[in-house]
Design a binder for this molecule. Structure first.
Ligand SMILES: [Zn+2]
Length: 253
């Protein structure tokens, strides 16, 4: 058995680049609910990977990257209504900046979002207040401090990894084990650095299966596209060890 890990970024009124429409997201989550899929918390997924949590046969781990405010505005109510769980990987410096000044939410698609991060972060990014208020549905982990975009400050990789973990500890009160690599980029040296800082489990952008094999260095994730039919097909493929491995070889990204 393998547990598929879904990777989302934005949920907004229309489909777009790394963006699911509200309609498609609703259909996908309703499909999970109606077909009795169990949505794991990040800690359950970690324990599953270590072979210490027996996940139900139909399990899925839902993740969102970056910490966009649309996740709170649009994805949160849908997940809450259906009683499903998900994890958000936060770019901690962006969330700090978004928490400094309150602004009205603006529907903004990915490329414009990235342009707005330095000037109007709260219009498009969640604040620490949003993080607290949505923690009945979401749990939160590190996606580094700067996303290596350096919108506010330059940073070495060490500082980026350390500062993010430190912020999570200060704001959320736990030692973070989970790291999601920005843009999926990593190498062996970076993994070693991150392990020295205290991270244990690493989330990539590579497609593939996830076994209970105690190998925590390469969690494979599926960039979610389209609607519930796409989801149904991909959950079928990536829940199956043999089928999922074959598909990941043919199309790794
Ligand atoms: Zn990202």
């Amino acid at each position: 058995m393998s547990i598929p890990v879904l990777m989302y970024h934005h949920v907004l009124p229309k489909n777009g680049f790394i963006c699911s429409s509200i309609e498609n997201f609703t259909k996908q989550m309703t499909f999970l609910k109606e077909n009795n899929f169990y949505t794991l918390s990040s800690n359950e997924f970690y324990m599953y990977k270590k072979g210490k949590f027996k996940a139900p046969k139909k399990s899925v781990f839902i993740t969102f990257d970056d910490g966009w405010r649309d996740n709170i505005i649009y994805a949160y109510p849908i997940l809450k209504k259906l009683n499903l769980k998900a994890t958000i990987f936060l770019v901690t410096e962006w969330i700090d900046k978004a928490s400094e000044k309150k602004e009205n939410f603006e529907i903004t698609y990915h490329n414009d979002c990235k342009k707005m991060v330095p000037e109007n972060p709260n219009k498009i990014l969640m604040s620490w207040d949003d993080v607290c208020k949505s923690s009945d549905v979401f749990d939160f982990h590190s996606h580094t401090n700067t996303h290596r975009d350096f919108y506010f400050n330059q940073s070495s990789w060490e500082d980026d990894l350390y500062n993010s973990r430190q912020t999570i500890k200060e704001k959320l009160g736990f030692e973070d084990k989970h790291l999601c690599w920005p843009r999926g980029y990593f190498d062996d040296k970076l993994v070693k650095k991150a392990q020295n800082i205290g991270y244990e489990i690493f989330h990539t952008t590579k497609r593939g299966i996830n076994l209970a094999d105690n190998k925590l260095l390469h969690v494979n994730r599926l960039a979610v596209k389209k609607d519930e039919k796409w989801l149904k097909k991909n959950l079928f493929i990536f829940s199956n060890t043999i089928l999922g491995s074959l598909y990941a070889k043919i199309k790794p990204q």
